[in-house]
Design a protein around this ligand. Structure first.
Ligand SMILES: NC(=O)c1ccc[n+]([C@@H]2O[C@H](COP(=O)([O-])OP(=O)(O)OC[C@H]3O[C@@H](n4cnc5c(N)ncnc54)[C@H](OP(=O)(O)O)[C@@H]3O)[C@@H](O)[C@H]2O)c1
Length: 308
């Protein structure tokens, strides 16, 4: 792997990422682990939000041995609203957080309806939206970085009146194609946060890491048949970027102090799948006023439903 090359790129392009306090989730995943090692090597204080405490302790021990930094672990499960409230409670005592990075996600997993909503929307959109809203109420100065995906543009919601949250969730649940469902969950989180950011002047930055073979395509998700797992992940590993390169977009986002509205950061190469990070325009569809209002309203309905 070209780690020396990536480190040179970081030294040249991300000079401000040092001695910050960074809160992040998804550290046990491919992209999250790669970015965590860079952040640790740059001597940042890290706060992990993770559900897999055993794995988190292993990563923490290794990072402390290598880089002698401060690391805290807070239990956090996007399928467990109480854990989000507890995490927020713990975070409320920490007043020097500079950056939050939302990395956690699920992609192609077996369909599962939980309290009337398919799990992909809970993990990728509704519960991160809830957590981020509450986090920014605690500290509005936190720079919030959302790891999204170019698939956000493959589906948008056209209906402008669902009449109830139940109808909205029924509509979401009716989407069966896993990639469209994943892309839509990304799209909806982005739209909610654009509205929230506009209303309260929060700093939210979106990034796309490109394509990389990570646990998103792990056999344990059981989304596909055996043949898929025999060939596809291996092929991806050969063709696409390693997470150590894909995560550079996140570092660029932390470093970027005045990214203009409607721009985001992702790889500059072919189809935006490969390459070093660059800055791009987001699609106009994300900023449609009616759609922003609708998604804001429905997301806030969800918060009422789970007793904000
Ligand atoms: N890889 C790509 O090609 C690609 C392309 C575009 C965008 N992205 C984006 O990059 C980000 C990272 O993805 P990745 O490829 O690194 O995926 P990954 O290896 O599967 O990592 C996913 C992370 O999310 C965490 N997570 C899943 N469910 C959770 C839950 N209920 N509560 C808390 N954490 C949960 C996992 O924790 P556990 O270890 O506990 O399961 C893991 O740390 C995602 O936002 C993804 O959409 C990736």
């Amino acid at each position: 792997m070209k780690l020396d090359k990536y480190n040179r790129w970081i030294n040249k392009n991300c000079s401000s990422i040092r001695n910050k306090t960074i809160l992040l989730n998804g550290v046990t995943g491919g992209i999250g682990k790669a970015v965590t090692y860079y952040l640790a090597s740059l001597k940042n204080k890290l706060i992990f939000l993770l559900r897999n405490i055993k794995e988190a302790e292993i990563i923490k021990k290794d990072l402390i041995e290598k880089y002698n930094i401060e690391i805290e672990i807070i239990f956090f499960d996007l399928l467990d609203k109480n854990s989000l409230d507890e995490a927020l409670n713990n975070i409320s005592d920490i007043n020097d957080i500079d950056v939050f990075i939302n990395i956690s996600d699920i992609y192609h997993q077996k369909e599962e309806i939980i309290d009337g909503i398919e799990k992909t929307y809970i993990v990728n959109y509704l519960n991160p939206a809830y957590f981020i809203k509450k986090l920014l109420i605690l500290n509005s100065r936190i720079k919030t970085i959302i790891v999204s995906s170019i698939t956000y543009s493959i589906k948008k919601i056209k209906e402008n009146n669902f009449e109830s949250f139940e109808n909205y969730s029924k509509y979401l649940n009716s989407i069966k194609n896993k990639t469209i469902k994943y892309g839509l969950s990304k799209h909806l989180l982005m739209q909610y946060l654009i509205s929230l950011g506009n209303k309260f002047h929060y700093k939210v930055i979106f990034v796309h890491p490109g394509v990389s073979k990570t646990n998103l395509f792990s056999k344990k998700n059981k989304a596909y048949g055996k043949a898929f797992y025999l060939f596809v992940p291996k092929m991806m590993d050969l063709i696409f970027m390693k997470p150590e390169k894909a995560c550079l977009s996140i570092l660029k986002a932390i470093n970027e102090d005045d990214l203009k509205e409607r721009l985001w950061i992702g790889p500059r190469g072919f189809l935006k799948f490969w390459g070093y990070p660059s800055i791009y325009k987001l699609r106009k569809s994300l900023f449609d006023e009616d759609s922003l209002n609708l998604i804001y309203k429905e997301t806030e309905e969800y918060f009422k439903r789970i007793k904000e």
